[in-house]
Design a protein around this ligand. Structure first.
Ligand SMILES: Nc1ncnc2c1ncn2[C@@H]1O[C@H](COP(=O)(O)OP(=O)(O)OP(=O)(O)O)[C@@H](O)[C@H]1O
Ligand SMILES: [Mg+2]
Length: 300
């Protein structure tokens, strides 16, 4: 077995100045395509950092480089000062957990079982102990189940503990992914579009959940297309465009940046509804008033 320690307690880790994650010069090429180009990003303890950018900007690829799913063509990723190995289970063991843009649950396992699977990197019971099912194993099993139940309570899924994951509504599947990720007791949680497909109420609940996760001492790096969600939640936001980091700063700074508006936002995201929403409302009104539907639309 390897003797490399992946817990962030390697001999004399350098002083990180509170950094949990330090990605430096991360580049990922697929043949001729450079999906991520020379990206630096730091997440400090206690922070919630947002990562935004248009479709295909390289956000998920960057997450894959951070979590050992991809070996970056160039660059290094450190967790609490220690360079991470390019193996996803070792990255989880080190302290980084993630959820996936396309939900990855064990569909035919129960909600509780899915969370218990997430705990296996934190249980030290060996094969013999498991086979013999001795008192130590049973105690570890009980502790794991207690912690899993705590996490179901934390994410609001207690009532669903015995449901099969595939029978949960979409929003609850996303919550379960978060509960499972938290089961590995991470110091950093990466969320890839946690509110995709959620209702407005579920999105608000997810915001509260992320804030509570931070309160419990886990830093968060979150990818999301919902700008209201990002700018109302994050301490800092980084913008990727065509694989490169365009800008990074406070939500206020990023929202005001002309390059971001030109390259990405384009439309207002706060206060007034966007043109698409306004058009939808006009169409609905026209429909409900019958003959008015024939009237020409007003501009904007
Ligand atoms: N395994 C792969 N092999 C080849 N190309 C890939 C691979 N994974 C991603 N890409 C390409 O890399 C680019 C970045 O994709 P990525 O999925 O990281 O974007 P994204 O910012 O997450 O987009 P979205 O917001 O749509 O999820 C895209 O051009 C994509 O087609
Ligand atoms: Mg993506």
């Amino acid at each position: 077995m390897t003797t490399t320690t992946t817990t962030g307690r390697a001999p004399a880790p350098r002083d990180t100045g509170g950094a949990v994650l330090e990605a430096s010069g991360v580049t990922m090429r697929f043949g001729g395509l450079t999906a991520v180009r020379d990206v630096d990003l730091t997440v400090r303890a206690g922070e919630i950092v947002g990562l935004i950018g248009p479709n295909g900007a390289g956000k998920t690829t960057f997450f894959n480089c951070l979590t050992g799913l991809y070996i970056p063509t160039e660059g290094t990723v450190r967790y609490r000062g220690t360079v991470l190995p390019h193996r996803s289970h070792l990255v989880t063991q080190a302290g980084i957990a993630r959820t996936f843009q396309n939900i990855r649950l064990f569909a035919n396992m129960t909600v509780l079982e899915n969370v218990l699977v997430g705990r296996h990197t934190r249980t030290s019971e060996g094969l013999f102990s498991a086979l013999l099912r001795g008192p130590r194993f049973r105690k570890a099993e009980r502790d794991s189940e207690d912690r899993a139940m705590e996490l179901l309570d934390f994410t609001g899924l207690t009532d669903k503990r015995d449901h099969l994951a595939r029978n949960l509504p979409y929003g609850e599947q996303r919550k379960l992914e978060i509960a499972r990720a938290l089961a590995s007791e991470p110091g950093l949680l990466l969320l890839d579009e946690p509110t995709a497909g959620m209702t407005a109420v579920e999105t608000t609940a997810t915001r509260e959940l992320v804030l509570a996760i931070r309160e419990q001492g886990t830093a968060v790096l979150v990818i999301e297309h919902d700008m209201r969600f990002i700018f109302n939640l994050c301490d800092r936001v980084a913008v990727l465009v065509q694989g490169q980091k365009l800008i990074e700063g406070s939500p206020e700074t990023v929202q005001m940046d002309d390059r971001v508006i030109a390259a990405y936002l384009g439309t207002p995201f706060e206060g007034e509804p966007g043109e698409a929403e306004a058009a939808e409302v006009r169409a609905a009104e026209a429909h409900s008033t019958g003959t008015d539907a024939d009237q020409p639309e007003e501009g904007n």
